[in-house]
Write a protein that binds this ligand. Structure first.
Ligand SMILES: *[C@@H]1O[C@H](CO)[C@@H](O)[C@H](O)[C@H]1NC(C)=O
Ligand SMILES: *[C@@H]1O[C@H](CO)[C@@H](O)[C@H](O)[C@H]1NC(C)=O
Ligand SMILES: *[C@@H]1O[C@H](CO)[C@@H](O)[C@H](O)[C@H]1NC(C)=O
Ligand SMILES: *[C@@H]1O[C@H](CO)[C@@H](O)[C@H](O)[C@H]1NC(C)=O
Ligand SMILES: *[C@@H]1O[C@H](CO)[C@@H](O)[C@H](O)[C@H]1NC(C)=O
Ligand SMILES: CC(=O)N[C@H]1CO[C@H](CO)[C@@H](O)[C@@H]1O
Length: 354
């Protein structure tokens, strides 16, 4: 991108959202692959504890019973045990193991087990929605039904969807037809109810990233390419969060030892090392009315094209002005420090029963 373009885009953005009287809390649906990386747990902590988010639903796009129970235990710990959870079928008792580096440990089943029991020793008085044993995961909703009912019940143009994993559920939502939940098909529901889609996936302005190719890349391509023109879309790429290492503040706070599910999840997964922040940064952006202090946009015009092989490229088309990709406006240290502050604030408030 030419520098002049960048400058124009920065000026344009300053004028945009901050003045627009944002509601106290944004309606948010999170679509997560909480399983193979712990940053989904950090993202759920943020969404569950931020006053800026009104978490309406969490959909899980990996079919592990532990993922459903872990998400449920995390939400319940932060006082959001009543937020409905959907998960893809079929389910299996599958756990993620140390596959390509020592640092990447299993955490979902441990969170599910240690924080999902009814005799949970957390300080929260809220019972998890889906407590241990894993068979309780079958009680989670069907993701497409959960999307349809949540969107139907929401005010028009009021819902932000943050996609921080794979795309099968969103693809199914797009393909869904009128039913007993709503007379509108998926595309009409999205057009009416969704304010914008915020996607963690891809590389900007071009490249190849796990969330687009890691499952079936055809679903990513279907969602991103079909969504064009339905609502604004904002993309947070592998390049954005990959260099922002967070979680150490939470892991080092001994006063939370054994008490906070996300703190323990980070320790079980990274053995104390900070972790890239793809999903937390994406959710942080999604909860903001505007750009907030950490972000700027990397483009002014054009759209994201995703190929069937999971690669993506930004197409600079002057006619399309409702898609953006994010860049950090601050250093990676500043962004990581802000995430660490928010994790700690949320975890400490929950541990005090606030
Ligand atoms: C998971 O394991 C439990 C026993 O802990 C069993 O009852 C359940 O059927 C298993 N679920 C699946 C999907 O294999
Ligand atoms: C949705 O429909 C498109 C074709 O319109 C298809 O390519 C895609 O696989 C469908 N999604 C799912 C999840 O079946
Ligand atoms: C910032 O980026 C540098 C270079 O990639 C990296 O070594 C460092 O760990 C990062 N710091 C944080 C706090 O993310
Ligand atoms: C909570 O207590 C149970 C048994 O009472 C124990 O197995 C579990 O490890 C504890 N959880 C944590 C996170 O310390
Ligand atoms: C993916 O497909 C696109 C379009 O066909 C192509 O340009 C690109 O080279 C492919 N990428 C890979 C990694 O195969
Ligand atoms: C179905 C589909 O829906 N895709 C996955 C996401 O959720 C649906 C249920 O709505 C599962 O059947 C799919 O496996």
């Amino acid at each position: 991108m030419r520098p002049a373009q960048l400058l124009r885009s920065a000026v344009h953005l300053l004028a945009l959202p901050i003045a627009a009287c944002a509601p106290a809390a944004r309606n948010l649906i999170i679509d997560t692959d909480i399983f193979s990386d712990v940053d989904d747990a950090g993202a759920l902590l943020l969404a569950a504890t931020s006053p800026k988010a009104n978490l309406l639903a969490v959909n899980i796009n990996v079919g592990s019973t532990y993922s459903a129970l872990a998400a449920s235990a995390i939400l319940a710990h932060y006082g959001k045990g009543d937020v409905p959870i959907g998960i893809v079928r079929p389910l299996a008792n599958s756990s993620f193991f140390d596959t390509y580096a020592y640092e990447l440990g299993e955490y979902a089943s441990k969170v599910a087990y240690h924080f999902g029991s009814t005799s949970s020793n957390t300080s929260s008085s809220h019972q998890p929605l889906l407590p241990w044993p894993p068979s309780n995961a079958e009680k989670a909703a069907d993701p497409v039904s959960l999307y349809r009912s949540t969107l139907s019940a929401a005010a028009d143009s009021s819902v932000t969807i943050a996609s921080i994993g794979f795309f099968e559920n969103l693809s199914c939502l797009l393909n869904s037809t009128a039913d007993s939940i709503s007379p509108f098909n998926g595309i009409e529901l999205i057009r009416r109810k969704v304010e914008r889609l915020v996607v963690m996936g891809g590389m900007y302005p071009a490249g190849r990233e796990f969330n687009f190719f890691g499952d079936d890349p055809a679903f990513a391509a279907h969602v991103v390419n079909t969504w064009r023109g339905l609502t604004p879309m904002v993309f947070s790429g592998g390049d954005l969060g990959g260099d922002v290492f967070s979680g150490t503040g939470l892991m080092r706070d001994e006063s939370l030892a054994g008490k906070d599910p996300v703190r323990e999840a980070y320790l079980w997964y990274t053995y104390g090392a900070a972790r890239p922040s793809w999903d937390p940064l994406t959710v942080l952006f999604a909860m903001e009315g505007g750009l907030g202090d950490l972000f700027e946009y990397g483009n002014e015009v054009g759209y994201n094209q995703v190929f069937a092989n999971g690669s993506n490229v930004w197409v600079y088309d002057e006619a399309i002005t409702d898609q953006r990709f994010l860049k950090l406006r601050v250093s990676n240290e500043t962004a990581a420090a802000e995430l660490d502050r928010l994790y700690l604030d949320g975890a400490r408030a929950a541990s005090k029963g606030l």
